[in-house]
Design a protein around this ligand. Structure first.
Ligand code: DGY
Length: 322
């Protein structure tokens, strides 16, 4: 059986697949254009994909003979899962292994924005530091403040634990309320979207990208937030209306933001590149060497399992297995 790996992954994942399969490995970082992808999937049974590969309904419809699409990411908004299910293609993702790493990074963005770490680095690096002064690059406290989390899934919960560690009051909003035991363990209180926006000092986004969460944060939501509030996004770019956020940062509607994800990656709204109250990162929240290696292996294992007749550990369209 043949597997297409659409883009560079950690080499042990390819070595693992080569033990049992014929592997067509696209070892570049550019990946494949839709036209080249359409040609390379011919005669292939398994695909190891990344979040930059788009498998919409029309691409999936053309995947004849493909049995599994193994995404190297926890998010799978790049794949039309209902279309894959209809076509009988298993879809898998890489949850859990990146939870703590991603939460660490959300926290790093929060801390960097609150305590102006990037501005401080630039200040020292450019030789502007001449003396100690009482309010030089003074930021705002994190400890003891109110943290509002949108989406109390695995990563949202890991961020909540960090908030508790900083003595914060933790609020959350989600489409579904978490079980009482989870709320108690995290000390997290369920509130409405409006309350969360209105009272939180820090708002961190941990929802998947769906039709219901697209532009969850736009002008109205930003205007509801405190002028001192900081927004952190490590989920998906389109969850935030980027133009509205850029304008809100420029007008100081909110104090600052920490962003790892963008609406049209790798493009960033030009205004975001010109305001000083934002910390920007290139979609690296899960990018520790250990975690990205584990994600690569996990996708390879999911792909191999499906092709060898074993249930993949991270099957998204479980109805297909029955
Ligand atoms: C994911 O896994 O969905 C991240 O965005 C990349 O690690």
């Amino acid at each position: 059986m043949k597997i297409l790996v659409t883009k560079r992954v950690f080499p042990e994942a390819v070595d693992f697949l080569r033990r049992d399969f014929d592997v067509d490995y696209e070892g570049t970082d550019e990946g494949l254009s839709p036209q080249v992808l359409a040609a390379r999937v011919q005669g292939v049974q398994g695909i190891v994909s990344q979040l930059t590969d788009r498998f919409d309904a029309s691409v999936i419809e053309a995947l004849d003979g493909v049995k599994v699409l193994a995404n190297v990411a926890v998010g799978y908004d790049n794949i039309d899962v209902p279309a894959a299910t209809k076509k009988g293609i298993f879809v898998t993702n890489t949850p859990d292994v990146l939870t703590e790493t991603t939460a660490d990074f959300a926290w790093a963005l929060l801390m960097a924005a609150a305590r102006r770490i990037v501005e401080g680095h630039a200040f020292v690096h450019s030789g502007q530091w001449k003396r100690w002064t009482i309010d030089l690059l003074a930021g705002q406290d994190v400890w003891g403040k109110t943290l509002g989390i949108f989406g109390l899934g695995r990563i949202g919960q890991a961020v909540a634990r960090r908030g508790r560690g900083f003595g914060m009051q933790v609020l959350y909003h989600d489409a579904q309320r978490a079980p009482e035991a989870v709320e108690q363990e995290l000390g997290a209180r369920f509130v409405s979207k409006d309350e969360l926006l209105g009272v939180s000092d820090y708002v961190s986004l941990h929802v998947p990208l769906t039709d219901g969460t697209r532009k969850l944060i736009g002008t109205a939501e930003l205007e509801r937030m405190k002028p001192t509030a900081i927004l952190v996004n490590t989920s998906r770019g389109p969850v935030v209306d980027e133009a509205a956020l850029a304008e809100a940062l420029q007008r100081r509607v909110i104090a600052s933001a920490g962003l790892d994800v963008f609406e049209r990656e790798p493009q960033v709204h030009p205004l975001l590149l010109n305001v000083d109250n934002v910390v920007l990162a290139p979609h690296i929240a899960s990018a520790s060497v250990e975690t990205r290696r584990r994600m690569s292996m996990m996708a390879a294992e999911n792909c191999a399992a499906a092709l060898q007749g074993r249930r993949p550990a991270n099957l998204l369209n479980a109805t297909l297995w029955a």
